[in-house]
Design a binder for this molecule. Structure first.
Ligand code: NAP
Length: 323
């Protein structure tokens, strides 16, 4: 009997995930990295006839690609928590199970979030620039920044990652945790976090931490108008998706000192060009989407992707189903 076929759209899909598929499925791994434009024609060439897709790419899985894949397609998973690169309605319409890989990445992404928060608040970037250029101007009033203890931290999206961020920041003697979202989180009580409207969160927070998905509702949630609500001493951290922030508005606000600093793990586009205006700002620290990038976490995500696919092809529910 011939094996069912799975297409993995990223050449760096970890071996830990591939090993689970060995001898069970016929695997094709595309030769390009997820963000390379050359990948799209390669996807179009290879997608037909597959029974499953591991969609580990920034190219959007849309109607055109699903049509090209063909009616035999039985299962799709991301190797990510976010599913903003998938046309979910189109997948659901076709009744194809779709899964993702949350939870296993919460700790790694929360670590990066706290790292970014400290680095942005404590002005690592201008400090490092001065060290590297030999212009370290030592003095008691040099490179002064913001502290964390006693402050208000606002989490936009108290999901798996947001909760792991709060657990970590509790060790920093934060004064108050608030969060915004579409529903009350049962875990919030134990974490000591209070749900407030987004406008109140932006007004009262010293740290605004974006841990929500990119959706129609959250696209450019941080924009020219909403930035006006924020304190001029506030720091914004984004580990969600670049599209949650209107980057032109963020640039103006950081340049004019209307907020203190930003720490971004995610941007639009990715990779962000080195001559992008945000890259030039001393108070905008950008790291290259490192959230889940530990060996252990990526292995766990790959295994979960493979398990999602194997479960669905076996007629069982995925471990983390979206629809
Ligand atoms: P999750 O467990 O599903 O949590 C997402 C949270 O966002 C939920 O609590 C949800 O609560 C909330 N949310 C949804 N719409 C919202 C809105 N309009 N305003 C405020 N909150 C909203 O997902 P997660 O694993 O924590 O991941 C969150 C996001 O982080 C992902 O979607 C992805 O974009 C990003 N991410 C980034 C990295 C990285 O490497 N930087 C890694 C993993 C994930 P309600 O539905 O009640 O609002």
């Amino acid at each position: 009997m011939s094996l069912k076929k799975v297409l993995i759209v990223n050449k760096t899909f970890p071996k830990a995930g591939l090993d689970l598929l060995k001898d069970k499925l016929q695997v094709t791994v595309l030769p390009y990295l997820d963000y390379q434009p050359e990948m799209l024609p390669e996807i179009k060439k290879n997608i037909a006839g597959n029974h499953a897709l591991i969609w580990n790419t920034k190219h959007r899985l849309n109607k055109e690609l699903l049509d090209l894949a063909g009616p035999q397609l039985e299962a799709i998973t991301t190797m990510a928590s976010g599913v903003d690169h998938i046309d979910i309605a189109e997948v659901a319409k076709r009744g194809i199970p779709l899964g993702n890989t949350p939870e296993v990445l919460d700790n790694a992404v929360a670590d990066i979030t706290v790292g970014l928060l400290i680095a942005a608040a404590r002005s690592f970037k201008p400090g490092i620039r001065e060290v590297e250029s030999g212009e370290w101007k030592y003095g008691v009033q040099w490179n002064l920044s913001r502290h964390i203890n006693g402050t208000t931290v606002g989490i936009v999206g108290l999901g798996g990652i947001g909760q792991a961020v709060v657990r970590r920041l509790k060790g920093f003697d934060v004064g108050r945790f608030i969060y915004s979202g579409r529903s009350d989180k049962p875990e919030a009580k134990a974490l000591g976090a209070e749900r407030v409207p987004i406008e109140q969160l932006l007004k009262e927070s010293d740290y605004v931490v974006l841990c929500c998905p990119l959706t129609e509702e959250t696209k450019h949630l941080i924009n020219k108008e909403t930035i006006k609500l924020m304190k001029d001493t506030s720091v914004i951290v984004n580990i969600g998706r670049g599209g949650i922030i209107d980057q032109d508005a963020l640039y103006d606000a950081l340049k004019e000192g209307r907020i203190f600093a930003a720490g971004l793990d995610v941007t639009t586009p990715e990779p962000i060009p080195k001559d992008h205006p945000l890259v030039s700002l001393p108070n905008c620290l950008i790291i290259p989407h490192l959230g889940s990038a530990t060996v252990e976490t990526r292995d766990a995500m790959a295994k979960l992707s493979s398990q999602n696919i194997l479960q669905a092809l076996d007629g069982k529910p995925m471990l983390h189903p979206i629809c």
